[in-house]
Design a protein around this ligand. Structure first.
Ligand code: NAD
Ligand code: MG
Length: 364
């Protein structure tokens, strides 16, 4: 088992990464301060892992009382309406302020459970048990929690850190291929923005990751969590460097939104968005051509899209990008690659002709 620390002062926590961790009850139990636990999961994950998670919590005569609530599966259910079921269950079960909410699932369940825990009786203990690559390398680490609003994705939420993140890589064996690739897109992102050694390792080991080799997967997740932990501990509330985690995301969000959420997976849109960010960086003369081509090649090998969806227009991009959270005083700030492989900048200070050319080229 590997352990990555997320250093956040008195809110610091460990991430445990390894095989079979879901069966090592003590790992979870040591982070449950009270006697009552609520596992939050969904209809897809519950039949696969709920009973194992419950057994882990009650093993060795722990005496823990475990409740569970099973939500419908899908981004469209990441709403305040559906979240209400978590609080209903907690109140019906008379869970008190020393209870622990455990998120068992992908990023949707993690984000919802974290927000439910942050608000229930003004804050109860929270544990993440991520079961998708996306959740293991990105959403379970860093404390962003929340739900969607009909007028915008992730618009209602809170920063709320878990007590522990337990990553059992064996749970990835049941994950659909597209979901696997979507999460790998964020791993490639860490390589491009700040970890050239990880990028080179991915170039050498992509096939092992796609084959779900447990050792390779654990390594890639560990490196990703180390990168995310470093960024988050330097800038917990996204005043600066945390924004660099959004490489490719501004272009990607426009692709997700223009098709309607759920057509492309998040990591798929980020992949095509990353290619656009690299293209723009190249046009600005900020990177060597080899950096852009290596990024595109690696994303292709991960079976991710490297072009926007067919039919998307420049106007689509412009209108969706204009509402991006990174617009400040009318300037669209972007994360762009700059310098040798593994370096990026977050800036609104670039020649707009490069953005025009990138959009023009992407939608041809
Ligand atoms: P998801 O939670 O929808 O999971 C993807 C699919 O895989 C779902 O159908 C799920 O039921 C299924 N699934 C989960 N684990 C499985 C397993 N082990 N075996 C089989 N099927 C399994 O999607 P996701 O990609 O994990 O997360 C996306 C969400 O995360 C978005 O809502 C996004 O906003 C959020 N997110 C948050 C952050 C953050 O910092 N908080 C970062 C990135 C993404
Ligand atoms: Mg992302």
């Amino acid at each position: 088992m590997k352990t990555v620390e997320v250093p956040l002062g008195d809110r610091s926590y460990p991430i445990y990464i390894g095989q079979g961790l879901l069966d090592q009850g003590e790992l979870l139990q040591r982070h449950v301060p009270g006697k009552r636990v609520l596992i939050v999961t969904n209809e897809t994950v519950a039949p696969l892992y709920l009973e194992r998670c419950r057994a882990a919590l009650t093993s060795g005569g722990s005496g823990l009382q475990v409740e569970a609530v099973i939500l419908p599966d899908g981004e469209q259910y990441k709403s305040l309406d559906v979240l209400q079921k978590v609080w209903d269950k907690a109140l019906e079960s008379r869970l008190d302020r020393n209870s622990t909410f455990i998120a068992l699932g992908g990023g949707v369940i993690g984000d919802m459970t974290g927000f439910a825990a942050a608000a229930y009786q003004r804050g109860v203990h929270f544990i993440q048990v991520p079961t998708t690559v996306m959740a293991m390398v990105d959403s379970s680490v860093g404390g962003k929690t929340g739900v969607n609003h009909p007028l915008g994705k992730n618009m209602i939420g809170a920063f709320y850190q878990p007590k522990v993140v337990l990553v059992d890589v064996d749970t990835l064996n049941s994950l659909p291929d597209r979901e696997l690739a979507s999460g790998i897109s964020e791993i490639i992102k860490y390589g491009l923005i700040r970890d050239p050694a990880l990028f080179e390792w991915l170039e050498a080991n992509m096939e092992r990751l796609l084959a779900r080799d447990a050792e390779a997967m654990s390594y890639a997740i560990e490196r990703s969590c180390i990168n995310k932990a470093e960024v988050v501990s330097a800038d917990e509330r996204e005043g600066g460097v945390r924004a660099t985690l959004n490489l490719g995301h501004t272009f990607g969000h426009a692709m997700e939104a223009s098709q309607g959420y759920g057509v492309w997976l998040h990591g798929e849109a980020v992949a095509a968005g990353t290619v656009m960010a690299a293209d723009m960086s190249l046009r600005l003369g900020w990177i060597e051509p080899s950096v852009a081509s290596r990024a595109t090649d690696l994303l292709k090998r991960a079976k991710l899209p490297t072009e926007p969806p067919k039919g998307m227009t420049q106007d689509d991009f412009r209108s969706f990008m204009a509402v991006d959270k990174k617009v400040l005083d009318g300037d669209l700030r972007l994360i762009l690659l700059r310098g040798p492989l593994g370096n990026c900048v977050f800036t609104g200070n670039y020649d707009p002709a490069a953005l025009d050319a990138t959009l023009d080229n992407a939608v041809l």
